[in-house]
Design a protein around this ligand. Structure first.
Ligand code: UDX
Length: 465
């Protein structure tokens, strides 16, 4: 076709918003749909409901190509491609809740225009959901014409904190469909990203040495599986590093040296081997549990993934256990926590290790004071059940404390001068769960994860992320 494709994106969470803004920046007219009027209002004002570096700039820069609405009728009929990017929160037992997907599919169905439209699943949904969405469209379509719409699975691999970079410069684009028309139209949509000569938006320049992504086309169910298998593999890579880190502590080896050494084997690689407090966030826990639960439906056990989850839970316990090695009685002790978000550059608190540590500390009678460069406000909303004080600076958090836990490797914590930081504490004890300290402070006690204490600072720096 000569006309540029028109796009609708249903759901304005991380994935939906990232997709909408990215496609608008490529020159498409995009309308974002969300039933939450408050979010729609914010987006219309050019404000993001979440914190994500660079995305707000691109949102404003692409404003003339972006519309936001809570009305499906104002978005779906004119769209050539309709992305479903709604949440799939985990239910008790681990299986994702598909209620929002069902509601979105039904609402989309009612406004299909009877011409060829591609409905793209970007939400992380269990294998088989694409077929189910197809059936929902068929059941609820007002303008149903056989073969007039195609369902495509196009899983999203973006990381929070680097969402913009990841959606413009992915390693691969996965398109799964059981009908060729679906793949063809999506290939057209993504053509700019697949073109090495394409000029990207000024505020998100191409990284040096970047080559265009691999286009992977598969069946519908394989694409659905690729998303889960990728996240489960990354999660178990981290759990593997954490398991080895524990053994390093037993035998006086150093996990940074070990991962640095094994990573040069190209079959292994250096990335996602950072030992620490373990993984959090909205994906790894949810997706590994969902895979296990899918296996369960077929009577198929997944012991590797079960172990990855167990190790991740043990890692959170380890943090407070390490603290108690030095301060066995936490009753009345003042503990500073640096970092609440599950990782740096986000205010996302979902499944953050800091949550479980704070809960356990307060249960043991400690007085907790927390700092985070951006997530304090989010914690005020979402962690109201936890008891802690807020500090506006690292210095304030540490003043008079008996111990400090570093829970997130925010750049400002990595750059701290620990000699200065520790001087304000009553007792200079650091449990550095992200191995951010690379120069041993002149005094005080530093506990890290899997490190050989005498080696601190001597180990190679970049063995992970
Ligand atoms: C992840 C996947 O990376 C992404 O491809 C997918 O689309 C969604 O899930 P995200 O949850 O945003 O992205 O964060 P990521 O950067 O992958 O980190 C996940 C967690 O693992 C964080 O808690 C991080 O601290 C932890 N982690 C990561 C480690 O503990 N060690 C590492 O080596 C890497």
């Amino acid at each position: 076709s000569t006309e540029a494709l028109k796009v609708a994106v249903v759901g304005t969470g991380y994935v939906g918003m990232g997709t909408a803004v990215m496609l608008a920046s490529l020159g498409y007219d995009v309308v974002g749909v969300d039933i939450d009027e408050r979010k729609v209002e914010m987006l219309r004002r050019g404000e993001l409901p979440i914190y994500e570096p660079g995305l707000e700039d691109l949102l404003r820069a692409s404003a003339e190509r972006l519309r936001w609405t809570s009305d499906y009728a104002a978005a779906i009929p004119e769209a050539d491609v309709i992305f479903i990017c709604v949440g799939t929160p985990p239910m008790a037992g681990g299986a994702p809740n598909l209620q929002y997907v069902a509601e979105a599919a039904q609402s989309v169905a009612r406004h299909l225009n009877g011409k060829l439209q591609v409905v793209v699943n970007k939400s992380t949904v269990p294998v088989g959901t694409g077929d189910w969405v197809s059936r929902l469209l068929e059941e609820h379509a007002e303008n149903y014409h056989a073969n007039r719409y195609v369902v495509v699975s196009n899983p999203e691999f973006l990381r929070e904190g680097t969402a913009l970079h990841d959606s413009l410069y992915p390693d691969r684009i996965v398109l799964g469909s059981d009908r060729p028309q679906g793949i063809a139209r999506m290939r057209e949509l993504y053509a700019p990203l697949l073109d090495q000569t394409f000029t990207p938006p000024a505020c998100a320049p191409r990284p040096e040495g970047y080559t265009v992504p691999e286009l992977v086309t598969t069946s519908l169910s394989s694409a659905e599986m690729i998303k889960y298998a990728a996240n489960a593999f990354l999660a178990l890579k981290i759990s593997f590093a954490n398991e080895i880190a524990g053994l390093c502590e037993c035998v006086n080896a150093d996990i940074l040296e070990v991962t640095y050494g094994i990573g040069f084997d190209r079959r292994i690689g250096h990335r996602f081997l950072a030992a620490g407090a373990g993984w959090g966030g909205s994906c790894f826990g949810k997706d590994t549990s969902a895979l296990i639960s899918t296996g369960g439906e077929y009577g198929y056990a997944m012991p590797i993934l079960e172990a990855a989850i167990q190790i991740n839970q043990r890692q959170r316990h380890l943090v407070v256990n390490k603290l108690q090695r030095h301060l066995p009685r936490l009753q009345g002790k003042r503990v500073a926590v640096l970092g609440l978000a599950f990782k740096p550059n986000t205010d996302d608190l979902r499944d953050a290790p800091a949550h479980d540590c704070i809960a356990r500390l307060t249960a043991l009678g400690a007085k907790v004071r927390v700092h985070d460069p951006v997530a304090l406000a989010a914690a005020r909303r979402e962690w109201s059940h936890l008891k802690y004080d807020e500090a506006q600076s690292v210095e304030e958090a540490l003043r008079g404390a008996d111990a400090v836990l570093v829970m997130t490797e925010w750049p400002e914590y990595c750059a701290l001068d620990w000699d200065v930081a520790l001087s304000g504490m009553r007792n200079a004890l650091v449990i550095d769960t992200r191995n951010v300290i690379r120069t041993r402070p002149r005094y005080g006690t530093v506990e890290q994860i899997g490190r050989r204490p005498t080696l601190m600072g001597a180990a190679p720096l970049e063995a992970s992320a």
